[in-house]
Design a protein around this ligand. Structure first.
Ligand code: AMP
Ligand code: MG
Length: 425
């Protein structure tokens, strides 16, 4: 088994073992954030006919040469085309039709004059005075200006945002094929652990990792299945793990290590899991194990992640390694978090050798630059400094010092970090 991998070697090994899941059909209303599993072609032209972009009057330009406020031209008001209606007949010379936004332009008309540029009399036999000379096709939306029947509208792999859902709806697609969501079995392990409603006296520790990790699954659209707390006992670990064998991914926090009481690894191996590597050159989170089942090197499901037990290590390693794998399963092409450049507020030092992920806040300075500041104690057990973090600063493995004011790379955890102020436009 390999050990001492760099973060990027570990990520590559994991993604190489991770398949994209198959398709399922879901209601378009429920498809927000999912990834399209098939290209979508339009079976219709939109708008289906030339239609009006304004409330006003459909006219023939030939009737209106020289029309102006001072010299209005009067047209006979012959019919009305409501939105959702259709024209009774063609427009003839000297005629206008009342028309509303979205209504089809009658044959014979070649422009729409806005209501504001007219004076109309009420009642039957009415006339309308036109105060402007329209340009060709003024205020007419051309048939097909949005899309044509047969157009490829969305590619497979498109992430469905609100605009895409609206587009699908406008094509009459009430259901859509998207990649499946992975099921993630989450196991906590340790004799010291109790559930949050349990009694933590006598040296017990509340198992917070299952909460953090399940929420991280949900946040990215995967489906967590909580397997509970396994005691530091091979039999108990085995019965808990068996319940997760049908998931796409098993995430165990604590116990996949080399300590005397770390029984998860032998139990996993007994169940048929082959571990690919153990130990990644990073902090927090060195003791990370990864493996999977089966003989297909490109689909080792259920993938198995043995995360370190310390709460920050568990969460950060999930973010760096489990999250990209789950996003790949869901069909996302961009599986990693976005990064930004920021100016470092204070000097940071460490020993060279491991990449550090430093918990930072991100603030926009008056000159518009982002400034990254440490959230405080960076110990791998200190969840408060993770809860304050808007990003993880990447302190490269080979560096031992980053100077105050240095330009640094920060992975964005919280995009609200940039959205707080009035944008000013
Ligand atoms: P271990 O990896 O078992 O050596 O655990 C490392 C540290 O993480 C210990 O202080 C554990 O008590 C703590 N820990 C392990 N599992 C959890 C959990 N599910 N929630 C919170 N802390 C945990
Ligand atoms: Mg333990």
């Amino acid at each position: 088994m390999r050990t001492g991998l760099t973060v990027s070697e570990a990520q590559q090994a994991i993604l190489a073992a991770t398949p994209v899941l198959g398709a399922e059909t879901v209601g378009t209303r429920e498809a927000l954030g999912r990834v399209l599993a098939e290209p979508v072609q339009s079976d219709r032209t939109l708008p289906p006919a030339d239609c009006s972009a304004m409330d006003g009057y459909a006219v023939r330009r030939a009737d209106l040469a020289g029309a102006s406020e001072a010299a209005p031209i009067e047209l006979a008001l012959v019919f009305e085309v409501p939105a959702g209606g259709r024209a009774e007949r063609s427009l003839e010379a000297g005629e206008a039709a009342r028309i509303f936004t979205g209504a089809p332009v009658p044959p014979g008309a070649d422009a729409v004059v806005r209501q504001e540029d007219t004076r109309a009399d009420a009642g039957p036999g009415a006339h309308v005075r036109i105060l402007v000379e329209p340009e060709p096709r003024d205020h007419i939306r051309d048939a097909g200006e949005d899309l044509l029947a047969g157009d490829r509208v969305l590619e497979a792999g498109t992430v469905l945002r609100p605009a895409q859902l609206g587009l699908l709806a406008s094509l009459g697609r009430s259901v859509v094929a998207v990649h499946q969501r992975p099921r993630v079995a989450i196991l906590s392990g340790g004799d010291e652990l109790v559930e949050p409603d349990g009694d933590p006296s006598g040296g017990k520790i509340v198992s917070s990792n299952s909460y953090t990790l399940a929420a991280q699954c949900r946040e990215l659209g995967a489906e967590p299945v909580y397997l509970g707390i396994a005691r530091d006992d091979p039999g108990d670990i085995e019965s808990h793990l068996r319940a997760g064998l049908r998931a796409d991914c098993i995430v165990s926090s604590a116990g996949v290590s080399v300590g005397d009481h770390d029984h998860v690894r032998p139990v996993l191996e007994k169940l048929g899991c082959k571990l690919d590597f153990w130990g990644v050159l990073m902090k927090p989170g060195y003791p990370l194990a990864f493996g999977g089942f089966g003989d297909d090197p490109s689909d080792r499901r259920p993938l198995v992640f043995g995360l370190p037990g310390n709460p920050v290590s568990a969460s950060v390693t999930f973010d760096q390694f489990v999250r990209p794998a789950l996003r790949r399963m869901m069909g996302f092409r961009n599986v990693f978090r976005p990064t930004v450049r920021a100016r470092l507020a204070e000097e940071l030092t460490k020993k060279a050798g491991r990449l550090h992920f430093v918990r930072v806040t991100l603030e926009r300075s008056d000159d518009g630059e982002l400034v990254a500041s440490s959230t405080g104690n960076q110990s791998s057990g200190v969840l408060t400094s993770l809860s304050l973090a808007q990003g993880l600063l990447v302190f490269p493995a080979e560096e031992d010092r980053l100077a105050a004011g240095a330009s640094v790379v920060v992975q964005v955890l919280d995009e609200d970090a940039f959205g707080g102020r009035t944008p000013g436009f």
